[in-house]
Design a protein around this ligand. Structure first.
Ligand code: UD1
Length: 439
């Protein structure tokens, strides 16, 4: 009896083995970072591909876990997928209806793009609520509003939605605020309904423009691309297409901030400058040493001599997805900076971790107040969401000594081969297994 008790105490104290990122900071980084295809774009292209019964070929799809989860969902619905060399071939000729209640649906937020696809195709969807990073409340009222404007009847009970599309019809949607996800769902559903649908106050992120390009190449008729009002002439015959995903602007931004902290003529490519205009404007204000030649950014470490005030806002404003890496970047500086996080009420988990490393950051409502310090010091820190974990990797690269970053699964959701890419530019970083207490 006492033997078992002792073993039990021993086990709980020792914790469990976990893969973590070990970083020895302070190394200058040079060479080339090859940017992968956009996560946020491909997670809408993949479900939207089901609108065509012909073969859909999409190049530049990053092998990240969000993509694998979408593929799992497709395969459960009878879709035949080939995924080699970052090219995804989707053959949905044998697509069958399945309730969207499988566990994969809960693993990423963008799985809700299947709601609009299935509602249009099968006129009925039973679905459970969705996953994604915990950034505070993430309601889907705007999605539901758009579906209702297009004639859907929706019943919500105990975390399950029943969408009835028997009476789907063209409609007029006026979003009260800009939402990427709700815009995607509205476009996908309207594309499948005969007649003219107008959608006002749509999100204008580059990923929306690319979704429209993709659908139009499959046969959809959508006017107003790049503006905040879209007119969709739905119900067109959709055919197969071959399409290329755009470079991931958030990955570009993350490596650009790594370059601005530690780069020695670090090259990042391909870059579409218009997609990162707000970041480039910030770099200009901060006198960051960078240039863009053709599709390549070349960037070197530049000390931050002043504070700045930055507001996150929908595109073309500064992206909330770069707020966390930017917080890290500004933590070593000669000034006090403020980032006003206007999109998410709780995207601040990284701040506590950065403070453990010697940063001096407070949160006041939605304001992140960053008092610049001279150095960060390595320690064990935990990423609690995708971009937060990336911001801690940046902190580890900047810090003195050794940093252990927990939360590798989050990184793998959205950054293709981050550790391999960092090693290639001479960062001292590796994945190791460590025994750590459960969080
Ligand atoms: C997308 C991106 C995410 C990014 C975010 C904001 C994808 C897969 N994800 O997420 O990386 O951080 O845009 O740029 O593209 N809202 C509502 N009701 C709704 C929907 C949203 O109130 O029905 C609110 C959200 O809580 C948030 C704001 O609107 O405060 C913007 O969210 P939204 O643009 O919808 O973000 P996502 O599409 O989830």
């Amino acid at each position: 009896m006492s033997f078992f008790l002792t073993s039990f105490i021993h086990l709980t104290k020792r914790g469990t083995m976990e893969e973590v990122i070990k970083i020895k900071g302070g190394k200058k980084l040079s060479g080339v970072v090859n940017i992968s295809g956009s996560k946020n774009n491909c997670v809408s292209l993949i479900p939207a591909a089901l609108l065509s019964k012909g073969l859909v070929v999409i190049h530049n799809i990053p092998p990240i876990s969000d993509v694998y989860r979408l593929v799992d969902i497709l395969e459960k619905c009878g879709v035949c997928i080939t995924y080699t060399d970052n090219t995804l071939i989707i053959d949905s000729s044998n697509l069958v209806y399945k309730d969207l209640t499988m566990p994969e649906m809960g693993k990423l937020r963008a799985s809700y793009y299947f709601y609009s696809v299935f509602l249009g195709l099968f006129k009925y969807v039973k679905a459970n609520t969705i996953g994604g990073c915990r950034l505070g409340d993430r309601p889907i009222d705007l999605h539901l509003y758009a579906f209702k404007q297009l004639g859907a009847n929706i019943i919500e009970e105990d975390g399950t939605y029943i969408f009835d599309g028997t009476n789907l019809k063209q409609g007029h949607i006026i979003f009260e605020k800009s939402s990427v996800g709700a815009t995607v769902n509205a476009i996908i559903l309207a594309t499948q309904i005969k007649g003219k649908t107008i959608i006002e106050n749509v999100a204008m992120e580059p990923e929306i423009t690319e979704l429209i390009n993709f659908l139009c190449e499959m046969g959809a008729k959508i006017k107003g691309k790049g503006t905040n009002t879209l007119i969709i002439y739905g119900g067109q015959e959709m055919h197969g297409v071959e399409f290329s995903n755009i470079p991931d602007r958030i990955e570009v931004g993350t490596y650009a901030l790594i370059g601005a902290s530690l780069g020695n003529n670090l090259k990042i490519k391909p870059v579409i400058p218009e997609h990162i205009q707000s970041l480039l404007e910030l770099f200009n204000v901060l006198n960051i040493n960078y240039q863009i030649k053709n599709d390549t950014m070349i960037i070197s470490a530049s000390p931050i001599k002043q504070g700045v005030v930055i507001l996150t806002s929908p595109f073309p404003g500064f992206p909330t997805d770069l707020q966390q890496p930017l917080t890290t970047f500004l933590s070593i500086s000669n000034g006090t900076s403020v980032i006003i996080e206007s999109i998410y009420h709780n995207r601040f988990a990284h701040v506590k971790e950065l403070n453990k490393m010697g940063a001096n950051i407070n949160i006041n409502n939605m304001n992140i107040i960053i008092h610049g310090v001279d150095t960060l010091n390595g320690t064990i820190v935990s990423g609690k969401d995708l971009r937060g974990a990336a911001s801690l990797v940046l902190a580890g690269l900047m810090a003195k000594g050794e940093t252990i970053v927990r939360g590798l699964d989050y990184i793998n959701r959205g950054y293709e081969n981050m550790i391999v890419k960092l090693k290639k530019i001479h960062a001292n970083v590796e994945i190791v297994s460590m025994e750590l207490e459960e969080q």
